[in-house]
Design a binder for this molecule. Structure first.
Ligand SMILES: Cc1cc2nc3c(=O)[nH]c(=O)nc-3n(C[C@H](O)[C@H](O)[C@H](O)COP(=O)(O)OP(=O)(O)OC[C@H]3O[C@@H](n4cnc5c(N)ncnc54)[C@H](O)[C@@H]3O)c2cc1C
Length: 340
C-alpha cells in the first residue's frame, strides 16, 4: 500500500514531527519482490524504517519510506543434539514481543536483550546488545531481498560482518537489502548470562536465577534507568562507547584516575561515553526542548517541541566539549536522516 505526505511523529521514538513524501508498507516477501522488480522511480532516495528508535530525522524526508510489516514467529527446527532450536521471525515483529515469546517457551539466549525498542528486521542491522549479550551470537542467517532488482539473498552469520552496533547492512551495503526474516539459534536448556553485577543483584532480589527472572530483572533495570519513549522522546544511547588504543586509555587513567575503562580486543580498551559526557557537566542540561537525560548522560531527549536540528546541534556541542576535555571523538550511534 502506497501513502503520500505521511506525518512521521509516531514513526520515530524522538517524536519528531516531520513529513515523509511517500511511504510503502510491505506486508509479505512476495509483495516486496514484486515492488523491487518493478519501476525504479520511487527508489531514490529511500529509507527502510523499523520503529525509528535509532534514527534522528532533521528535516522532512523527500523520498520513499519502506515500512516492512512482515509478521510471524516460527520454530524452524530442533538441532540434532537437542540443545538448540532455530526460530525465525518476520522483520515487522516487535523485538520485545519476540523476546517475551521465546522466554515463555523456555528458550534462552536473548533474554538479556529484553525491552530494547524496535523491530526484528533492525536487529541484524544494528547488532543490538545489552547486559553482556549481542544478538550476533544468536543470529544464524538473515533473509533479504535486494531492493535494486528484487532478487533474494540469504546472509549467513559470517557474511553479516557483525561488529559493535554494526553490520554489513549498516555499512558496505547500506540501504541495498530489505531484511525480511531473521533466524536465531536459541538454547533449550539455557545458560544464563549474569556477568553484569547489577543484573545479578536484580535477579537475586526477584528470587531464583531463572529465564523469566532474568527478563524481569532486565526490564526493571531498564525502566529505572532509561526514559520511556512513549512519555519522553529519545533514541536510547546517542553515542557509541569509544574504543581506543590501550596507551590512550592509560594516559587518560593517569589524568583522570576514576575513569571507567573496559577490556576490548587485544591492544584496545573501551571507554564509557556516558561518563565522559557527565564529566563535561552535561547531565540534565537543556537547550530549549532538546536536553540530556538527568539519570543517564548518554541519552538525549526531546522535552516536547525540539526539532531534529536542535537535538543534532546539542549532540555537536557535546562532541566538541568531550573532545576538548579528553581528546576523544564520540561517534554517534543514532543515524541522522535529513538535511543538517
Ligand atoms: C529507550 C531506548 C533504549 C535503547 N536501548 C538499546 C540497547 O540497549 N541496545 C541497543 O543495541 N540498542 C538500543 N536502542 C536503539 C534501538 O532500539 C535499536 O537500534 C533497534 O534495533 C532499532 O530498531 P528499529 O526497528 O527502531 O530500527 P530503525 O531505527 O527504524 O532503523 C535502524 C536502522 O536499521 C535499518 N532497518 C530497519 N529495519 C530494516 C529492515 N527490515 N531491513 C533493512 N534495514 C532495516 C534502518 O534503515 C536504519 O538504518 C534503544 C533505543 C531506545 C529508544
Amino acid at each position: 500500500m502506497n501513502y503520500k505526505n505521511i506525518p512521521l511523529k509516531k514513526y520515530n521514538t524522538f517524536g519528531l514531527d516531520y513529513i515523509a513524501e511517500y511511504m510503502i508498507r510491505v506486508k509479505t516477501e512476495k509483495e516486496a519482490i514484486a515492488l523491487f522488480k518493478g519501476s525504479a522511480a520511487w527508489k531514490k532516495p529511500h529509507l527502510i524504517l523499523g520503529s525509528g528508535s535509532n534514527i534522528l530525522f532533521t528535516s522532512d524526508f523527500k523520498g520513499t519510506i519502506l515500512y516492512p510489516e512482515i509478521k510471524g514467529i516460527k520454530i524452524e527446527e530442533q538441532e540434532p543434539d537437542n540443545r538448540n532450536v532455530i526460530v525465525s521471525a518476520g522483520a515487522g515483529v516487535n523485538w520485545d514481543d519476540f523476546v517475551a515469546w521465546s522466554v515463555n517457551k523456555g528458550f534462552g539466549g536473548i533474554e538479556n536483550l529484553s525491552l530494547i525498542p524496535g523491530k526484528v528486521g533492525a536487529t541484524p542491522v544494528q547488532n543490538i546488545g545489552a547486559y553482556g549479550v549481542e544478538v550476533k551470537d544468536r543470529i544464524v542467517k538473515v533473509k533479504t531481498i535486494n531492493i535494486n532488482d528484487g532478487s533474494r539473498r540469504v546472509f549467513n552469520n559470517h557474511e553479516c560482518e557483525f561488529s559493535y552496533r554494526n553490520s554489513i547492512f549498516k555499512n558496505r551495503e547500506k540501504g541495498k537489502y530489505l531484511v525480511t526474516r531473521v533466524y536465531y539459534r536459541l538454547a533449550i536448556n539455557p545458560l544464563l548470562n549474569l556477568s553484569y553485577e547489577s543484573l545479578k543483584e536484580e535477579v537475586n532480589k526477584l528470587g531464583a536465577e531463572t529465564l523469566i527472572n532474568v527478563r524481569q530483572g532486565v526490564i526493571n533495570l531498564r525502566q529505572n534507568k532509561l526514559p520511556d519513549p512513549e512519555i519522553i522522546g529519545n533514541a536510547g544511547s546517542f553515542f557509541k562507547n569509544p574504543v581506543v588504543e590501550s596507551c590512550v586509555a592509560l594516559n587518560l587513567i593517569n589524568e583522570f584516575p576514576d575513569i571507567p575503562v573496559y577490556k576490548d580486543r587485544e591492544g584496545y580498551m573501551k571507554l564509557a561515553s556516558g561518563w565522559l559526557i557527565e564529566r563535561c557537566g552535561w547531565k540534565g542540561e537543556r537547550r530549549g526542548d532538546a536536553g540530556v537525560h538527568n539519570k543517564q548522560a548518554l541519552v538525549l531527549i526531546n522535552y516536547g517541541n525540539a526539532t531534529g536540528k536542535e537535538i543534532y546541534n546539542l549532540s555537536e556541542e557535546i562532541r566538541k566539549s568531550v573532545h576538548g576535555k579528553f581528546g576523544i571523538d564520540l561517534e554517534r550511534e543514532v543515524e541522522i536522516v535529513g538535511v543538517i
